[in-house]
Design a protein around this ligand. Structure first.
Ligand code: CDP
Length: 256
């Protein structure tokens, strides 16, 4: 939200500073399964954000007192690399913001992971922000969802996240850092599309009920694009394998 008196002009003739229309997402690329030692992993480029997500587990919950005999506990660590923004991060451990983002990310996945399948165990999600430019929690959640699905951990859905907001009179989606700094409202939101549920909603600034309704429609439209990028990323390694073997037709046992 507005943090300075010298607010730059963020929308001129209907275009944002990076050339986007209010309803446009930044370019997004997702890659799944690129880390060998994690149970699941994903790398996301979302505008100028660069984020790696890695998943471990299910494994025995340690220390023991953190475990739940009924279901798996989800642990999450969101962290910004020291070089991920102009301000150095992480030197003295997690700050309040990183702790908050870790908490809301964990809560998103508590909604969709079938935790009852793994009593006494823990599933750990790590989100490492290598480069940041606004919307890192949304991009991190979107990547972590791919990492979890790729690891085979059973989930009722693959959630995605995006921010919606308000710049002057304009309702916009997917705010970059400059827009985030000077917007009138910034609302990170995560959806479970199959269940039709909102699984994260935070709000910095003010929007009317009508403005939120309009923004939610934009977020849903953008969500269809993000969901497809997630599933395409999950399929890509398997498509590569089938491409490699496409000329080796299985032999017909009846001909022997
Ligand atoms: O990244 P996200 O929008 O989820 O969180 P934010 O707290 O609204 O931060 C917006 C952006 O400001 C981040 O993406 C970073 O680029 C930057 N930022 C930073 O560099 N250092 C901080 N301590 C907080 C934010």
């Amino acid at each position: 939200m507005a943090k300075s008196q010298d607010k730059p002009e963020l929308i001129i003739n209907g275009k944002r500073t990076d050339g986007r229309a209010p309803e446009d997402l930044r370019p997004i690329k997702i890659e799944s399964g690129l880390l060998k030692n994690a149970a699941g992993s994903a790398y996301i480029e979302w505008g100028n954000n660069r984020i790696l997500a890695g998943v471990y587990g299910p494994r025995e919950a340690l220390p023991k007192h953190t475990s739940d005999p009924e279901k798996a506990v989800i642990k999450c660590r969101y962290q910004m690399a020291p070089f991920s923004s102009l301000e150095e991060h992480g030197r003295t451990g997690p700050n309040r913001r990183a702790i908050e983002i870790s908490k809301v990310t964990k809560e998103v996945f508590e909604n969709v992971i079938i935790r009852e399948n793994f009593p006494g165990s823990e599933i750990s999600i790590f989100v490492e922000v290598l480069q940041s430019d606004g919307g890192t929690r949304a991009a991190g959640i979107t990547a972590a969802a791919v990492a979890l699905a790729g690891s085979g951990i059973p989930m009722t859905d693959i959630p995605y996240a995006v921010s919606i907001g308000k710049i002057g009179e304009h309702i916009v989606i997917d705010l970059n850092k400059l827009e985030d700094n000077y917007s009138d409202a910034d609302v990170p939101i995560a959806f479970s599309p199959r269940l039709g549920k909102i699984v994260l909603l935070q709000m910095d600034g003010n929007m009317t009920k009508e403005e939120v309704s309009k923004a939610l429609v934009m977020a849903k439209d953008a969500g269809a694009i993000i969901s497809k990028l997630q599933t395409d990323a999950l399929k890509a390694p398997y498509l590569k394998i089938s491409e490699k073997y496409k000329d080796e037709a299985p032999s017909d046992p009846q001909q022997k």
